[in-house]
Design a protein around this ligand. Sequence first.
Ligand code: ADP
Length: 589
Amino acid sequence: MEQGTISKVSGPLVVAEGLTNAKMYDLVRVGKDRLMGEVIEIRGETASVQVYEETTGLGPGDPVFFTGEALSVELGPGLLASIYDGVQRPLNVIRDKVGDFITRGVEVSGLNREKKWEFKPTAKVGDEVSTGDILGTVQETVIIEHKIMVPPKVKGKIKEIYAGEFTVEEPIAVLEEDGREHKVKMLQKWPVRRGRPYKEKIPPDEPLISGQRVIDTFFPVAKGGTACVPGPFGSGKTVIQHQLAKWANAEIIIFIGCGERGNEMTDVLMEFPELKDPYSGEPLMKRTVLIANTSNMPVAAREASVYTGVTIGEYFRDMGYSVALQADSTSRWAEALREISGRLEEMPGEEGYPAYLGSRAAAFYERAGKTICLGKDEREGTLTVVGAVSPPGGDLSEPVTQNTLRVVKVFWGLEDQLAYQRHFPAISWLRSYSLYMDETEKYWTEKVDPEFKKLRADAMAILQREAELKEIVRLVGIEALSVNERILMETARSIREDFLQQNAFHEVDTFTSLEKQFLMLKDVMHFHEMALEAVEKGVPIKNILDAPIRERISRAKFLKEEEIGKLKDLFKDITSQFKTSNVRGEQYA
Ligand code: ADP
């Protein structure tokens, strides 16, 4: 093994001389404790290494060992339900080995080497297979079947394939190519900084259903798409990420936590294992991989964690699954990048962030997508990436938010003003946007209702008009509004309170199916149209505002999914109340 020598140590950064064969992103072992590190800059024979463990005690003259491998993750059965640090070391294994405080140089592998998995072959002797073809399956957890694929750059004719219980390192098949044999194991490795190969990327066209009304109806993200949730502290970023993890109709969840304060991450570590998967009733962890960076872990590990997460996500995508990856928050990742860049003495860009912040953010989000995977069956997989950003002071003009907005296609803008008013989710309906409207509209139209597009557009127009009218009211008072405008203001309030506001902690309200979302909004808008007609006929506005049926509209969100037929009854009752009476129950001509 080639060996170099440390010439300088600066926090998580170590400069080493004499690593003549080193390449960018190669893995090295630093010092006598063999701390894990990665080459991030090369100048002649001098290599800068970011170290994923505490560097205290290292000094000039200490050895650096070159491994010749790139920083990689281990892929195979055993990923699900794992809780890893930023460089895929399972936290529970480290704890069992060395106690609560992570000591340095602990070598633990990402996947358990002893555990045996039952492999059921689906391919047979004689089959010609290549990268991505499925050889067989392992029931990894009660809910997820792990597909064992031919690893990248491998192909041949199956000479032998075994059924039975194997560890990830034992061969499950032997392939033959030009007289050479290749033993295939369930364990694969893949360098984290490089996207895994696929056949083709195709445009995302199906919504990732979150059950959150403001998201699904107004600002949908597509399966395979990208979204960003910037918001000041306390505005509800974490609740949104949890709601997505819990309710999104993705099969696999990858959650990358970069806590700023230690306890923030502890909350996630405590809460996640308790969450129940609403679709299967099993613990959510059975289809989740958690990557946790606590604040006492070195910054460099935080920098690597998003790549570790996205690579694991791509691997499940390759099996044909829909994967939702959430990173909370990417600002912590960017700060790690800034710190390392500072130590490399690179020319700082805006607010001290390196000039390549934008290209790094883009490279991360670009790994999302809907793909036709490698393999004969041309299966499709999706990887959706949602990043939270925590801009200091909620200022969206700061570099991390700006660089993220440049690459993602959905923006859920949280407003502390809304959070103060306890309007949750505090997603601004005026500033947020989604560039997947057209793609997902087709799905709504075909699967839910052809009227959806118009309904959504009408409701959004009312919300936008409300903002303008509010300004007028503020300046000259409510008297300045016409009766039609008064009705519009009331409808806008109803859209906000009866539809957009959604309590994540209410048993029923926490999730709303698309069909229920449609029917709820339709009732709100139906009342609006009937009200406009009524004022036209001279019904006093007060009668309309006092209409008892409005109470039923406001309680619609609490109707269980089995009861959504009642939303159709409500629609009819709105009509009849306006048709037969002056809305308060008295007849009018
Ligand atoms: P952040 O991560 O942005 O600091 P949190 O996600 O922790 O903020 O949210 C702060 C608080 O706001 C939560 O503890 C909760 O009380 C409230 N909250 C946020 N979203 C919702 C929601 N959808 N329903 C009910 N309460 C919410």
